[in-house]
Design a protein around this ligand. Structure first.
Ligand code: LRH
Ligand code: MN
Ligand code: MN
Length: 388
């Protein structure tokens, strides 16, 4: 097996993008629970995100969601982030909360509504120019609830036309990343339900259009690492939305439900050249912390990704290839499992300390008193929720 000291250079380049919405209050359709000190402004979300980076060194970028993070001065917001030692990242569009989009946005049968949805994306691209963001992430709630409600073919054609207009507006250094999800809020059909549809749409657009894989957006039992392999093979994996799920789109802490699945995904990422800053694959979290504290929830999340990444980097790939050639089924499986079953926590702790980071970022953050401080300072004003 590759030793821990042989992988630290690769571990050091890991950068995980945090979702601004993870810091606001969130919940289910039954209840949103507030927690003391929750952010009341985009700036406060960024300040909380900067804490995650301060204690882990893993999270230097924050993704925005428009209109949730609408701001009167994006250049100032960018400077504010930079002063905190972080950067503004992916801009996520949002056409799923306005009444006009009840029957769809980019796919809507009404050209005026389609144009409104296109204009929203053009606004996002303008924002990206000011924030210095390079990725526009599109996830559509578009779909139907009942067979016959809409022409699924017509909607696909209109989607292609709308995406083309948005794509043509991108600058040279900007990308469009199209996320898929198999159901919800539409329950009969969804217009971008799977990686194949996303791939077909982005392949028609061109080189600057890529697929986003949200790990919570598949049917139970789906072999997600296979999809990762295929998209990397096709040069079309643009980004991850990491989270974990037990049932549907649970948005729980990545690596919490199934650490082994996360390990297998990361093995394919590394094997397929999808790891590191030059790979073109953005690692992002897309999570909500409904009942746990948000900042520690995000710290735990990035640490989970780091831990499984370390193990995936330690897989002895030469031995694995050799075992395959020899038809050594159990030997090959043992090589993979050896890496997964290695406890890298002590090595990671020592390595963090050697880089001036706390050995135990969770404990260090909890001891810092930040949560009590924001609970005291952020009294009054309206706390922001997921979706606001
Ligand atoms: C949709 C989704 C998408 C949205 C986010 C808030 O379920 O995963 O990425 O932007 O949730
Ligand atoms: Mn997502
Ligand atoms: Mn989701």
């Amino acid at each position: 097996m590759t030793t821990f000291s042989e992988i630290t250079d690769q571990l050091a380049v890991q950068a995980i993008e945090l979702p601004s919405w993870a810091f606001g209050n969130s919940g289910t359709r039954f209840k949103v629970f507030g927690s003391p000190g929750s952010p009341r402004s985009v700036e406060e979300k960024l300040a909380d995100a900067a804490q995650v980076n301060k204690y882990t060194g893993l999270a230097p970028v924050v993704a925005l969601h428009i209109p949730w993070d609408k701001h009167e001065d994006y250049a100032a917001l960018r400077r504010y982030a930079e002063d905190l030692g972080i950067k503004l990242g992916t801009v996520n569009s949002n056409t799923f909360q306005d009444d006009i989009y009840k029957y769809g946005s980019l796919t809507n049968v009404d050209p005026a509504i389609r144009q409104r949805a296109i204009d929203h994306h053009l606004e996002c691209i303008d924002i990206m120019r000011e924030t210095g963001s390079t990725d526009l992430k599109i996830w559509l709630a578009d779909g139907t609830n009942y067979p016959g409600q809409g022409s699924i073919r017509g909607r696909q054609d209109r989607l292609a036309e709308s995406l083309q207009v948005i794509y043509d507006a991108l600058d040279e250094n900007q990308r469009l990343v199209l996320e898929y999800k198999f159901f919800e809020p539409a329950f009969y059909h969804t217009d971008v339900p799977d990686w194949g549809t996303s791939y077909v749409q982005v392949a028609a657009l061109g080189d600057k259009a890529m697929v986003c894989l949200d790990t919570g957006h598949h049917a139970p039992g789906t072999n997600i690492e296979f999809i990762v392999m295929q998209l990397l093979r096709l040069g079309k994996l643009g980004a991850f939305d990491f989270n974990s799920r037990f049932y549907a789109d649970d948005d729980l802490i990545v690596g919490a439900a199934d650490p082994f699945q996360l390990f297998r995904i990361l093995c394919e990422v590394i094997a397929g050249g999808g790891y590191g800053p030059d790979s073109g694959v953005a690692f992002m979290l897309d999570q909500c912390h409904n009942i746990e504290d948000k900042i520690p929830g995000q710290i735990r999340s990035v640490l989970n990704v780091q831990e499984q990444t370390a193990k995936a980097l330690m897989v002895d790939r030469e031995a694995l290839a050799q075992a395959e050639v020899e038809g050594d089924v159990l030997g090959a499986n043992a090589i993979l499992m050896d890496a997964f079953n290695t406890d890298v926590r002590a090595d990671l702790a020592a390595w963090r300390e050697s880089r001036g980071l706390p050995a135990d970022p969770m404990a260090a953050f909890l001891e810092s008193g930040y949560l009590a401080k924001i609970a005291e300072e952020r009294k009054g004003g309206k706390q922001l929720s997921w979706g606001a």
